[in-house]
Ligand binder design. Structure first.
Ligand code: PLP
Length: 421
């Protein structure tokens, strides 16, 4: 099944929009996870070892396993959850086949350093830029450093589907397109309908204040498979999936979580809507940047050097994360996706190499409260009113005393809003 068969030419304009944005060749993929799988298979030898972030979506962990690779968990910085290159021992660097960045919530991993390190080691750098479509590091966009980088159109863009696999070497494009097409499954009318109608259904349900019932219905349809932050590992089944040559089919029940359409040939309805949304991306990024700036000015934000970025979610640092999330939930504000515990704790050494220095990642995973910058004022008002206490990583400078939020903001009741994961 080739991507063009479902709707000829439908995806070329999307690829061109992204090529202009990034200055690189881009290949449309139905999801970031599928693009990552294609990239890992293309650039890494079977059985290779991939350095990745343990504070990451478990779906990506299963994508690495499905590609026949061994995840190696990296040490992270406690203040923003990015990879701490200084804490990776030489013995770990020397055994790697690739480095996969995460750019968690949009904060950039140290791409220039990782690029230089990968060049010295002669291994590929692959960038997961799902959360970081508007982030710049060292004057260049995230996604322009790796041999390949993969974006998700389900995050800032809000398309709920789609992504791009981008490559440094245009010569690789044709082979990658073939690999992508071999993995696609035919478009289903039901998926197209769900895709087209979902935003309207969600808006209607929000208006009727039936969010709980709607979510139960979505769960029945297979859209919500998590009963906890992390999906069930199912270790015995996982070991069986790994036993022969791993493949995407064997890992489908883990990789599809939160997005059953991750490898469906996209249809016409989706491509037109995605194009409209992509054309408005700069507007969305400006709103994310403004909200991020507002949140970085609150006592719950970790101080950051350099200019603010249009983060997908702003990871505030709070003493009691669950209590803070519950306070926001009482005002019907949904917290962004949590990645707690880190993947090495979640999966154990049967399935991954543990981080050589895990404590900072564990601290960040426990204290990070990722909030939507588009709701900055409401979030700040609720946290202030609820007396949520900021936290600082062990050894960091002491926290600022919370400033009071202006009374007019506190009086303004939080709006109901669901945003993409
Ligand atoms: C860090 C990260 N990378 C990749 C993905 C996968 O993106 P997609 O849903 O487009 O496959 C996610 C999913 O939410 C994610 O959080």
């Amino acid at each position: 099944m080739a991507l063009g068969e479902g709707c000829p030419q439908a995806y070329a304009p999307l690829e061109e929009l992204m090529r202009r944005r990034l200055g690189r060749d881009c290949l449309y993929v139905p999801s970031c996870r599928l693009g990552l799988y294609v990239a890992l298979r293309h650039w890494c030898p079977p059985g290779g070892r991939v350095l990745m972030s343990p504070v990451n979506d478990d779906v990506i962990f299963f994508v690495v396993l499905a590609a026949g690779l061994r995840p190696v968990q990296a040490p992270l910085r406690a203040d923003d959850g990015t990879i701490d290159t200084t804490a990776v021992p030489d013995s770990v660097w020397d055994g790697l086949s690739a480095v996969l960045t995460t750019n968690l919530y949009g904060n950039p991993d140290p791409a220039p350093e990782l690029r230089a390190r990968c060049d010295r080691l002669g291994i590929p750098l692959l960038e997961d830029a799902a959360h970081a479509i508007g982030t710049v590091v060292a004057g260049r966009p995230v996604g322009s450093f790796g041999d390949a980088s993969v974006f998700s159109l389900s995050k800032h863009t809000g398309a709920g589907t789609g992504g791009f696999l981008t490559v440094a070497d245009p010569a690789a494009r044709e082979e990658l397109a073939r690999a992508r097409d071999e993995l696609l499954t035919p478009s289903r009318l039901s998926a197209e309908l769900v895709h087209g109608l979902r935003p309207y259904a969600e808006a209607a349900v929000r208006g009727l204040r039936l969010t709980g019932a709607a979510r139960a219905a979505l769960r029945l349809l297979g859209f919500e498979e998590r009963t906890d932050i992390r999906m069930a590992l199912r270790p015995e089944e996982l070991a069986r999936a790994l036993a022969p040559t791993p493949s995407l089919d064997a890992f489908d029940s883990w990789v599809r979580v939160d997005m059953h359409s991750y490898r469906l040939v996209p249809g016409r309805v989706g491509s037109r809507r995605t194009q409209r949304l992509l054309l408005r991306l700069d507007e969305r990024l400006a709103a994310h940047l403004a909200g991020t700036q507002r949140l970085l000015d609150t006592p719950w934000a970790a101080p950051r050097p350099g200019p603010a970025q249009p983060l997908f979610r702003v990871p505030l640092l709070v003493e009691d994360r669950d209590a803070a999330a519950a306070a926001l939930a009482r005002h019907r504000i949904t917290v962004g996706h949590l990645y707690d515990p880190p993947l090495d704790v979640y999966a154990g050494d049967r399935f991954t190499d543990a981080s050589p220095a895990p404590s900072a990642a564990a601290w960040f995973a426990r204290h990070a409260l990722p909030v939507d910058p588009l709701q900055a004022d409401r979030v700040a008002a609720v946290l202030d009113r609820s007396g949520v206490r900021p936290a600082r990583p062990p050894g960091a400078a002491s926290v600022r005393v919370p400033t009071r939020i202006p009374a007019n903001v506190l009086r303004d009741p939080p709006r109901v809003r669901r945003s993409p994961r």
